[in-house]
Design a protein around this ligand. Structure first.
Ligand code: FUL
Length: 605
């Protein structure tokens, strides 16, 4: 009798722990995966960052098919597409009325085409959402750095947000290398990214044009989403969806969120399916493997983040087949892994249930509904939930979700399994800190471990900001694949004697002694991976000929090397040299050039 009374008693709803997500942020987080598409003049100049003086005549794709992009992304499980309407080079992929530096001046469709329109339409046809990337930094515009440019930038955004239907996100890249063409000025222009773009004026206008649009901003105003501090495709294991409203940020805050942040800004993990963001012939055959993509999934979606996966469009105007096949295999694997929740039919009990009420009972974690949850009493911040399986069951994935509309709470947790009558602790295969106790959960946390035959599984919430609210738990058996993603198969090239010297005028020169005359057609450079100090930002490459003279063979910038420190390929005309010299004028910080590896490329015979 007592028990029945208790079950029906009215129990207070848990209070929110501030800050909490807005409805549009929840909708965006629920998309889980969406695509980036990088396509511009860079595709035709083999660059990652255009300088701003590239000829629009280069844009003349023979087979451009935005439907093929949309289908590819859909088959990859992407729920929307963010398109580079304008990258740093300033070339507009739509016929903006504010500039001629656009598709208007290209031979493609006799200057009457509009790539943004074609993709927006294709997305709608395929049931995908559509969004735009508009680079604030514009290396083409003569007025960049002055007030006139900011008006131009705002006008362009208005065009994009008022003419192409619903836009789910705007992406304001924070990259700013300073130098550029700028209408022929060829100079370096520094701006204050906090104030120059007048975000404070712009943000309210964005919401007038597109009330449902989420703002991704790498500047200073906290938007609706944040960068996670790396383009390598993972967010911190500790990942709070919180930041400071003051706009204060650094790489750690971006990567791990801010536990006591006062504004809800979830992480969006962006990475490319190939090493670079734009298409390069040299990256054919270097599409991420299935294992690498799965690892990316677990370290983004499985760590309370969304995944923004980039697809480069090739020179024909298509996403290469290699990429679309790999991406489809990836989505198939995700579906296969999470198709059957093995928690069904299990007996679930908790060490504490809020008011002893049925509304918040342990069973709520297995009802398949995000809106219902297991909750504890307000005073209880550590509690366990035990899942007793009907019979010993093979599992290797554990999924847990907090009820985030009332705030992110869990600070620390552990996971155990009973196998053969004994409790063992389960650790995440993908951890970066094997000795650390597992920390945040958030919207979704997935723990991967080697297959075990479990009789019971126990989740222990060790500490939380307030009573934990757990909406879902899942147990899965993922198909066995080689999860040990091979990041790089590049061979170490310690075959050469390498030395450094300061030569006239340049910051530093690196000398690579080839130990005799060799046919050489390229240099590959792997920047230091541990930190960014000493990273070269530009290069001039020389080869030393048999008469001892130096011949310049290549010159350029290492675009985006700070945020995406991948192997840098410098190709040049074949020559016979006994030494290669790499001069660098600009170094990220510090005085010395740092590197992890270099390779000298010889022609294939
Ligand atoms: C970076 C840019 O500099 C890259 O080119 C790319 O667009 C990436 C998504 O963001 O900051």
């Amino acid at each position: 009798m007592m028990l029945a009374l208790n079950l029906n008693a009215k129990v207070n709803e848990p209070q929110a722990v501030m800050p909490v997500p807005s409805e549009k942020q929840i909708r965006l987080q629920d998309m889980e995966m969406y695509a980036f598409i990088h396509y511009s003049l860079n595709t035709y100049t083999n660059q990652e960052w255009g300088y701003g003086n590239e000829d629009p005549a280069l844009f003349n794709p023979a087979k451009l098919d935005a439907r093929q992009w949309a289908r590819t992304c859909k088959n990859a499980g992407m729920k929307g597409i963010i398109f580079t309407a304008k990258h740093h080079c300033g070339f507009c992929m739509w016929p903006s009325e504010y500039t001629d530096y656009s598709v208007k001046s290209s031979p493609w469709k006799d200057g009457k085409g509009d790539v943004v329109r074609e993709l927006a339409d294709a997305c709608r046809e395929e049931g995908l959402k559509f969004a735009v990337y508009l680079s604030p930094w514009d290396r083409n515009h003569p007025e960049y750095g002055r007030a006139e440019y900011v008006t131009y930038f705002h006008n362009q955004l208005e065009e994009l947000l008022t003419n192409y239907g619903e836009i789910f996100e705007v992406w304001f890249d924070g990259a700013n290398g300073g130098n550029g063409w700028y209408g022929g000025a060829n100079e370096t222009r520094q701006i204050d990214r906090k104030t120059y773009y007048r975000w404070k004026d712009l943000f309210p206008r964005i919401l007038e044009w597109q009330p449902e649009c989420c703002i991704w901003n790498d500047g200073s105003e906290p938007g609706d989403l944040r960068w996670v501090g790396t383009e390598a495709g993972y967010v911190g294991e500790t990942n709070w969806s919180l930041m400071k409203s003051s706009g204060e940020r650094n790489r750690n805050m971006l990567h791990f969120g801010v536990e006591n942040g006062d504004v809800w800004v979830p992480g969006e993990t962006n990475t490319s399916i190939r090493p670079g963001w734009f298409y390069h012939d040299s990256e054919n055959g270097r599409v991420k493997s299935l294992a690498q993509l799965m690892k990316t999934y677990y370290r983004s979606v499985g760590r309370n983040s969304t995944l923004l996966l980039n697809f480069p469009v090739n020179k024909d105007g298509l996403i290469p087949q290699e990429d679309s096949i790999r991406a489809a295999a990836f989505y198939k694997m995700v579906k296969e892994t999470f198709k059957q929740n093995l928690i069904k039919g299990a007996k679930i009990s908790a060490s504490n249930v809020r008011g002893g009420s049925r509304t918040y009972s342990a069973k709520k974690v297995a009802d398949g509904k995000q809106k219902t949850y297991w909750a504890t009493d307000d005073s209880v911040k550590s509690a366990s939930i035990t899942i007793e399986l009907k019979s010993p069951t093979r599992v290797n994935r554990f999924l847990v979700s907090e009820y985030i509309p009332l705030g992110q709470r869990v600070k620390k947790f552990s996971l155990e399994a009973m196998t053969d009558g004994k409790w063992i602790e389960l650790k995440d295969d993908f951890t970066e800190n094997p000795d650390m106790t597992m920390s945040t959960i958030g919207r979704k946390r997935i723990i991967c471990f080697p297959t075990i035959e479990a009789e019971k599984i126990r989740l222990n919430i060790i500490d939380a900001k307030a009573c934990p609210l757990i909406s879902e738990i899942g147990l899965y058996l993922a198909p066995e694949i080689d999860t040990e993603a091979r990041e790089s198969t590049e061979k170490k090239s310690s075959a050469y004697r390498i030395s450094f010297k300061k030569t006239g005028g340049v910051a530093e020169s690196m000398f690579i002694d080839l130990g005799g005359a060799k046919e050489v057609c390229g240099l590959r450079f792997l920047p230091h991976q541990k930190n960014r100090e000493g990273t070269p930002l530009d290069y001039i490459v020389y080869g030393r000929t048999s008469d001892g003279s130096w011949k310049e063979v290549a010159k350029g910038e290492f675009s985006n090397i700070i945020n995406n420190p991948i192997w840098q390929d410098i190709a040049f005309e074949t020559g016979i040299f006994n030494m290669i010299r790499l001069d660098c004028n600009r170094i990220s910080s510090g005085k010395r050039m740092a590197y992890d590896d270099v390779e000298v490329v010889t022609p294939k015979r």
